[in-house]
Design a protein around this ligand. Structure first.
Ligand SMILES: [Zn+2]
Length: 380
């Protein structure tokens, strides 16, 4: 058997420069890998250029759905709220202020200044207070810290999500993923010239287009922001057709090869990026030439269809976020209440303790309940 050549640069793939290429990029939650497809250096370059652009464009969705990655976490991202504030959204669903704030306001003459600090953590507050102490040595650090309050608050505004995808970098990542699946299921990648030309040359025509006219996934599970790659090689029509969908929202069809002579082959790989678990999907790739052509020409994206696709998966993510936050709040409230109710470990709880426990728990849960109430009212 001759050793395979890199699909992107023709270098021989040896034990030394072979890499595991993710079928779906790791950055958006992909798991499965293929070997003997591209060389290590092409893997690095395409990762830095194509995958990172795709991941950047899809990052708001990675955060919104709280995807799990094999390596690393989806990076937190700053969003503007409808109220004009800036909030950082983290992949665990929490939000934090962009940066700490510090304000100094003179009180009545002779009464000194009032200082207000808003920090992202107690450690950061402490650090900032030490700075204050250098400026005003009379400040009592211990007392100030004791008076500091840690609180969760919910932003009453909504985040402005600006979602846009496209361009040739993200497009090449999509084409490469479909080609990797084709190669792993036995279609010689080098014969897929429509795909390889596009991956190798800036002048070549793009071989993918957006497709929303009908749902090609026959057994789409409800409410899952799924990732799916599917390919089909058919010698009767001499084509290798592909389908790549990310987050249930970005849906593309591809033609990897227009001169296919090999056997009938089809393969699909799909996952739920929230859990990483594999999904078994049926994809109908019986697309005509003209349908694919029209997808390339943006004619298969009816008005509002992208929003509708996104709308199908958002409610599930909101429900998951609610459950996650409810658990977090309850756990945190119980711990907080026990730590501060005055009872020592192992001690029997007195009626006084119980009363204190209840009120401390309510204190911690209240912002969450109020937030839910206002949200529900706003939706109505
Ligand atoms: Zn290479």
């Amino acid at each position: 058997m001759t050793s395979p050549k890199c699909v992107l640069c023709d270098k021989k793939i040896t034990k030394k420069n072979d890499t595991k290429e993710h079928l779906i990029p790791n950055a958006i939650g992909g798991r499965k890998k293929v070997k003997g497809f591209i060389c290590k250096s092409c893997n690095n370059t395409s990762g830095d250029n194509w995958e990172s652009e795709l991941a950047k464009q899809l990052n708001p969705l990675s955060l919104l759905f709280g995807i799990s990655r094999e390596r690393g976490e989806a990076p937190s991202q700053l969003f503007e709220t409808t109220g004009g504030d800036k909030l950082k959204l983290n992949v665990d669903g929490s939000m934090s202020i962009e940066k700490p704030t510090y304000s100094e306001r003179p009180m009545e003459p002779g009464a000194g200044v009032q200082i207000q600090i808003r920090a992202r953590s107690m450690a950061e507050a402490k650090q900032m207070l030490q700075g204050v102490k250098r400026k005003y040595p009379q400040v009592d650090l211990k007392e100030s810290l004791n008076n500091a309050k840690s609180q969760y608050y919910y932003c009453p505004d909504m985040l402005n999500f600006n979602l846009s995808f496209g361009g040739h970098k993200a497009g090449r990542s999509i084409v490469k993923s479909a080609l990797a699946l084709a190669a792993s299921s036995g279609i010689p990648a080098r014969e897929c010239t429509e795909a390889t030309n596009y991956l190798r040359s800036d002048e070549a025509e793009a071989c993918f287009g957006y497709f929303y006219e009908k749902d090609l996934i026959q057994n789409r599970p409800k409410g899952i922001p799924l990732h799916c790659i599917s390919i089909k090689g058919c010698s009767k029509i001499k084509q290798v057709i592909g389908y790549v969908e990310y987050f249930g929202t970005l849906r593309t069809v591809l033609c990897l090869c227009e001169s296919y002579e090999g056997p009938e082959i089809s393969d699909t790989y799909a996952i739920n990026p929230i859990t990483g678990e594999e999904l078994s999907l049926l994809v109908n790739l019986n697309l005509s030439n003209s349908e694919i052509r029209e997808a390339y020409d943006y004619k298969k994206t009816p008005n509002g269809s992208i929003e509708a696709a996104l709308g199908e998966v958002i409610p599930a993510s909101m429900k998951a976020a609610f459950e996650k936050e409810k658990d977090r709040v309850l756990n945190e409230a119980v711990i907080y209440a026990f730590e501060n109710c005055g009872a020592k470990e192992g001690e029997m709880l007195t009626p006084e303790h119980t009363k204190k426990l209840t009120s401390l728990m309510m204190e911690r849960i209240k912002p969450f309940i109020l937030h839910q109430l206002t949200q529900t009212r706003n939706r109505k």
